[in-house]
Design a protein around this ligand. Structure first.
Ligand code: SAH
Ligand code: MG
Length: 955
């Protein structure tokens, strides 16, 4: 692995090493610093992680006058240095200075492309720019045929790419492209005329009439002979932050040039005075910002002079518009969905409402993206934890992160999932056993994200997955990386979990305008994130403007009244008022981890009884205590029971959220201007789905608790070297099934249960496994028979007597307590296995499962402690015992039937309040051989055979 990493560095056509080249160029100005690292290594190449368990690795930082790069991790210092040098060389290739040699050809390409765009054949093409050329020919007066340079710069991708390869800075500054395009046009004098002052380009000699005709650009007057007027709704984003973002109407005539109309709206003379941004939102969208071109001379495009020029604009930088587009936008800007497309020669246009503007705005933040994906701007929140796909509602964390990176013009995130090796440490072996699980080989390639899979984890699925996530800038600078310490059974879970951590961290930056560097750093540490402050600031430079203004635009809402009923002290301090809960208490209440479903509506209300609904839903489902819902809403909800309704008021949320939810923004404005305006929520709790035991076991434990129990039992069975096994209350056969994944000494296995349904699925699973010829493991085991019985474990059936080992996992709590005692007696006095393993929930652990305050750190702790006793984990449980109760049951049984008993468990660390699942292991004390046989009655067969397999069935 190490050699692979090294070879990517050293195998070069060039005989010179990267380090030698750097030395040639920079001499003493190149400074290498080596650092020791102790984690698993990967090569420097993003997209492929090579895992390696090495004692000590090196990573090298190379500082050059203009850039700094950090290598991947290597075993040898010299490889790390070469890798850093290689990276630096790669990066320098982005530098225009390093590109000088290829410039002449690129310039020639640019010139011939401009020429082509003004050729006869191009005029009638469906190319979006063709529409502009045709519209330009129709312009009235002396401007007929004048094409705004910005249209060429923006709508022709080839020109765009050529300019980018001349100067990558055009990415950030659209004005720069115009400079290059006009310079290229200037080389075509005689064929093309251009103006550096007025930013237009036109063809010198007119197009032939037949070409004009072919392009069908005659104005089509309507019946009255006047050109038709089109009214298109657009948004004006004033440069001054004092002015509000408002709706404007663009008046277009069917024969006029739409860019002229936009220019007029901005107080400019004509289309050539405009600049156009790249599309906003989806890549295919025609939604763009239009703003005034700077009135600077373009003569000097030497990059130094230009960067000064850009700086001189900063004064008129439009923070809101720049944030929205990720480009520098100056002066007032108009956001409009209008333009020519590849689909038709006609002008395409759509209204842009304030609501859609605000949706684009909030769609640039992680929580905003999540809210949009749920269609609930005010009620939904980005959850604080990811457990499983099934429990997550809305867009998945990874998808949100990919969208976020696209929106902010970053490279797509890189996920490297690592599969942890099996550990042979026997002291904890039940936790680390590798269980072959065929369900985890999901290679991720959806959404265009790169998911790198470690080279050593290919087929050997199972074990645990951890995921390392990296976010790079467009220029491959590492902005942040997240390496969560927890690992997951499913690869997908590890990827989603790491994504969510990054989203939560980014969201801190985007939602709190006053967040300090220290806070960011501290939360990054909490979330296992490491970030590069410089590259981070660089990547979100334009967001900084917005963050300073975005949330201070509105005045804080005032209280409606203070005669609040029922509002706990802890809540009224948080901006929640006048809570009224109506309806009889049904006693069915949401608890942490349960899924609640509500109907709700959120409206703006004022003391003057004005009311406007913002958002509503008939069926909104979310998990309690996962942070998936507005915290005020949740704090009310946990006081309610199913069937009850509540009405309450809260302070106004940020204005961008209100407008993103509101349909009629004009009315919102007038409401918001009232000092007494606040947000009214009415909710009705429709239903509560209790946290199922299984959901909880998956949510709180990794691997899930059920898996840990099975692994514990499997381990004990293997250690016991038993030949015969019976699983009491085998359910759907999860233990028997897992056993077949291991080489064991078992010759005979049996399961008994009284649920037909469970037995049927157990039979299916075992049958498939045992009859499959391809399964090498099974044919190599001594297994001779497997059988499933329908019956109660409290009944005595002689066929189960004298087995070597018995297991009874999470079964006794499903019986009444007296039956549990009966089972214990029957098992140890009649069936008499040499070893019996019994597991059952530890009631004391429920506190952790049910009162876990995942998202409610502000909750009043006093209020929590005086609340009701814990619920059972499952509706079907007849009891759940404390450690003392279980101890008492097991010790008494053991003593009575001449067994020893030991206590253990899985889930948690075993300290207070004990393991999540408590386990008793009974071992038969050696007894005189002759006592035994007489106790076994000859043939008592109350059980019914449901399914049976013998080794003769083996095909
Ligand atoms: N041991 C399995 C199933 C646990 S669920 C596992 O760990 O996955 C509890 C099971 O006990 C159910 O399948 C239920 O049908 C079974 N059960 C409950 N009372 C029983 C009894 N008296 N006899 C046999 N099975 C019983
Ligand atoms: Mg149970």
């Amino acid at each position: 692995m190490e050699t692979e990493g090294a070879s990517s560095v050293t195998v070069r056509k060039n005989t010179q090493t990267p380090k030698a080249i750097i030395h040639e160029k920079f001499g003493a100005n190149a400074c290498y610093t080596l650092e020791e690292v102790h984690e698993s290594a990967e090569n420097g190449c993003p997209g492929l992680a090579i895992v390696q368990k090495g004692p000590c690795l090196y990573c090298c930082t190379l500082k050059l006058p203009e850039i700094t790069v950090v290598s991947g991790k290597f075993k040898k210092k010299k490889d790390a240095e070469q890798a850093a040098a290689e990276l630096a060389l790669e990066k320098l290739r982005f530098n225009p200075a390093a590109k000088r040699s290829s410039l002449p050809e690129t310039w020639d390409g640019l010139v011939s492309q401009v020429k082509y765009l003004f050729s006869d054949e191009f005029l009638s093409s469906l190319h979006p720019l063709g529409g502009h050329l045709r519209a330009a020919l129709q312009r009235e007066g002396h401007r007929a045929g004048f094409v705004p340079a910005c249209a060429l710069a923006v709508f022709d991708a080839t020109l765009n790419n050529l300019c980018k390869s001349i100067d990558p800075k055009v990415e950030l500054d659209p004005f720069l492209i115009i400079s290059y395009v006009i310079r290229a046009a200037a080389r075509l004098s005689g064929y093309i005329a251009s103006s550096e002052e007025e930013l237009w380009i036109r063809r010198e000699n007119p197009y032939p009439p037949e070409i004009i005709e072919l392009s069908c650009i005659q104005p089509i007057p309507n019946k009255s002979g006047c050109p038709e007027i089109l009214m298109v709704e657009a948004i004006i984003i004033p440069c001054s932050l004092e002015k509000t973002v408002e709706r404007v109407i663009l008046n277009l005539t069917s024969s006029g040039y739409y860019l002229d109309a936009i220019a007029k709206q901005l107080g400019l003379l004509e289309a050539s005075d405009l600049m156009i941004s790249r599309p906003i939102g989806k890549a295919s969208s025609e939604t763009r910002l239009h703003f005034a071109a700077p009135k600077q001379s373009l003569l000097d495009i030497s990059s130094d002079a230009h960067s000064k020029e850009v700086c001189s604009f900063e004064g008129s930088s439009n923070a809101r518009a720049s944030y929205l587009s990720g480009q520098n936008i100056y002066g007032d800007a108009i956001l409009a969905t209008i333009g020519y497309t590849w689909r038709s020669k006609d002008l395409f246009y759509e209204d842009v409402s304030l609501k859609s503007y605000y949706r684009m705005l909030i769609g640039k933040t992680p929580s905003g993206l999540y809210k949009l994906s749920r269609g609930k701007i005010l009620a939904a929140e980005l959850p604080l934890a990811f457990t499983t796909n099934a429990k997550w509602k809305g867009l998945l964390p990874r998808e949100i992160l990919c969208t976020f990176c696209r929106q902010h013009r970053l490279s797509q995130p890189i996920f490297s999932t690592l599969s942890l090796e099996e550990s042979s440490d026997s002291s904890q072996s039940h936790k680390k056993l590798r269980v072959t699980d065929l369900g985890v080989k999901d290679t991720e390639h959806a959404n265009g994200c790169v998911v790198a899979t470690g080279a050593n984890e290919t087929v050997k699925s199972g074990g645990s997955f951890s995921c390392e996530l990296k976010v790079h800038s467009k220029f491959q600078d590492l902005i942040l990386e997240c390496s969560p310490k927890i690992s997951f059974r499913m690869q997908n879970d590890s990827v989603q979990n790491a994504s969510l951590k990054v989203l939560l961290w980014l969201d801190i930056y985007f939602t709190d305008p006053n967040v300090s560097f220290e806070t960011l750093k501290a939360s990054a540490d909490d979330l296992d994130i490491r970030f590069e402050p410089n590259f981070f600031v660089e990547a979100f430079k334009l967001c900084q403007f917005f963050r300073n203004v975005g949330h201070s635009e509105i005045e804080e809402g005032k209280l409606v009244n203070s005669n609040s009923v029922n509002v706990p002290k802890s809540l009224s301090g948080q901006g929640l008022h006048s809570l009224i809960i109506e309806g009889p208490d049904s006693g069915v209440c949401p608890s942490n981890g349960s899924l609640s479903c509500v109907s709700y509506s959120a409206s703006l209300v004022t003391e003057e009884h004005m009311k406007e609904q913002l958002e509503s839903s008939d069926d909104f489902e979310f998990e309690i205590a996962s942070g998936a819902v507005n915290p005020h809403l949740e704090s009310v909800l946990i006081q309610m029971s199913v069937g009850q309704s509540a009405c309450f008021f809260m302070d106004l949320p940020p204005q961008d959220l209100i407008f993103a939810a509101a349909d009629d923004s004009a009315r919102m404005f007038s409401l918001l201007s009232s000092k007494t305006c606040c947000l009214e929520f009415t909710i009705r709790l429709l239903r509560v789905i209790e946290p199922l035991e299984d959901r909880m076991e998956h949510a709180f434990f990794s691997p899930p608790l059920s898996k840990q129990r099975v692994e514990y039992a499997v381990q004990s069975i293997r250690e016991s070297c038993s030949a015969t096994l019976v699983d009491f209350g085998c359910g759907s056969g999860s233990l028997l099934d897992s056993l077949l994944n291991y080489p064991t000494s078992l010759e005979k296995i049996a399961g008994v249960d009284l649920s037909q349904k469970s037995l049927t699925s157990a039979a299916k699973i075992l049958n498939t496994k045992l009859s499959s010829t391809s399964d090498v493991d099974i044919s190599s085991t001594p297994l001779k028979s497997a059988i499933l019985y329908d019956g109660s474990v409290t009944d005595s059936d002689s066929r189960l007597c004298g087995f070597d080992i018995g297991t009874c996992l999470e079964v006794i709590e499903h019986m009444e307590e007296d039956q549990a005692h009966l089972f214990g007696n029957v098992a140890l006095s009649y069936f008499c296995p040499k070893i019996l393993i019994v597991s059952t929930p530890n009631y004391e652990y429920n506190v952790i499962l049910q009162k876990s305050t995942l998202s409610t750190p502000e909750d009043d702790p006093d209020e929590r402690s005086e609340s009701q006793p814990c619920k059972f984990r499952n509706h079907d449980h007849k009891f759940e015992w404390t450690r003392a109760q279980f101890n008492c049951w097991a010790t008494e049984l053991a003593t009575r039937h001449n067994y020893d008993v030991e206590f253990s468990g899985v889930g948690g660390y075993g300290d207070e309040p004990g393991f999540a699942s408590q386990i008793a292991v009974f071992r038969q004390r050696t007894i005189p051989q002759e006592d035994h046989p007489e106790e076994i009655p000859d043939s008592e067969h109350p059980y019914q055979v449901i399914w049976e397999w013998t080794s003769n069935d083996r095909s």
